[in-house]
Design a protein around this ligand. Structure first.
Ligand code: TYM
Length: 329
């Protein structure tokens, strides 16, 4: 039996290189040897109350991006989370034994509550139980995600174990976060402050839809310092972050050249940024073109989504029926 893989991305705008290297790249590789369910987490995106038209557009955008990056609808079930209402029923069951304390302690909840103190809603609090429902609905073995989702995966295992012990069954397994051959990935942003993500200005992230000139501009403006002053000194975080982007986008060889230049204090950040910009453009441009082509074909996108949802519902309906029986309905 093939192992089962589940993962999703929220439709809150275009996907960036963090999404790609943390998640999508793994999705594409995993489709060859696993039984995969890849969805668009549109229920989750409701915590920020998107306008219906934006929601529709963003779901389409992610769908097109999945396919543009090489996801094969013949091999994978591609669907929107909201096409699978069974998930909501499992979410309700899991919420019955998820505790306020553990939900409040979740790092992503604390961050979001701090950033938006006027919108600390119950959906935000129970974000991890909905995510656990997404994963457990297909009884997943592996969940390809970036480093920032590690805690959610731990919580998923806690909820699975709690369900099992409450009902004296060994029904749910314990899904593991997954990255091909290495540790989970965290792609840094361009402003030197932690991970690549959607900041207000959008200048912290390179999107798979960015035009060449935009990429060049963002990278040339990336935060640096005034340069090394001692041979072989440790790199401060902003510089280490930039170097990590070089490693991912330009490769080990190029990384070594600039690392040596840093260590002997001859580095010119302008040169490093130019190289990073050109290699990033080479990487992004084909995706940008493919996304635009696929987005133009509404009928095809609809068909992929409908067929993916049909596949996913077979597995989801089975799980929910079994869970209902275990619970005593
Ligand atoms: P989301 O939409 O924030 O991010 C989607 C995926 O991209 C990864 N990611 C990164 N990886 C490395 N470096 C970065 N800078 C970076 N930024 C984002 C995330 O780790 C994630 O894998 N809760 C999820 C969506 C979700 C889900 C699920 C995932 C809902 N249900 C079930 C897996 C299984 C989220 O908000 O991801």
């Amino acid at each position: 039996m093939k192992k089962i893989v589940v993962s999703g991305i929220r439709p809150t705008g275009n996907l960036h290189l963090g999404n790609y290297f943390g998640a999508l790249r793994n999705f594409i590789k995993m489709q060859e040897e696993y039984n995969c369910y890849f969805f668009i987490a549109d229920y989750h995106s409701l915590t920020t109350h998107p306008h219906p038209e934006h929601l529709r557009q963003n779901v389409k955008q992610i769908l097109a991006t999945y396919i543009a990056c090489g996801m094969d609808p013949e091999k994978v079930a591609i669907y929107a989370q909201s096409d699978l209402p069974e998930t909501v029923e499992l979410y309700l069951f899991l919420n019955m034994n998820a505790y306020l304390g553990e939900l409040e302690r979740c790092t992503s909840f604390k961050d979001k509550a701090r950033q938006n103190p006027d919108n600390v809603n119950a959906g935000l609090l129970t974000y991890p139980t909905l995510m656990a429902a997404d994963i457990l609905i297909h009884k997943a073995d592996f969940v390809p995600v970036g480093k920032d989702q590690e805690q959610h995966l731990e919580m998923t295992r806690v909820f699975a174990q709690r369900f099992n012990s409450l009902y004296g069954v060994e029904y749910f397994g314990f899904p593991q976060a997954f990255n091909f051959g290495e540790n989970l990935v965290k792609i840094p942003g361009l402003d030197g402050s932690g991970k690549m993500g959607k900041s207000e200005s959008g200048n912290n992230a390179i999107f798979l839809t960015d035009e060449d000139a935009v990429i060049r501009k963002k990278i040339m403006r990336a935060t640096t310092d005034s340069g090394p002053v001692e041979m072989n000194q440790e790199k401060p975080e902003v510089i280490a972050n930039l170097f990590q982007l070089v490693k991912v986008l330009c490769g080990e060889e190029v990384y070594k050249v600039y690392d040596e230049a840093y260590n002997n204090c001859t580095i010119r950040y302008g040169d490093l940024k130019k190289q990073l910009a050109e290699d990033t453009i080479k990487f992004v441009a084909p995706f940008r073109q493919r996304i635009a082509e696929i987005l133009a074909d509404d009928a095809y996108l609809e068909k992929v989504r409908r067929e993916g949802a049909e596949k996913a519902r077979q597995s989801a309906a089975k799980t929910v029926a079994e869970v209902r029986r275990i619970i005593g309905f």
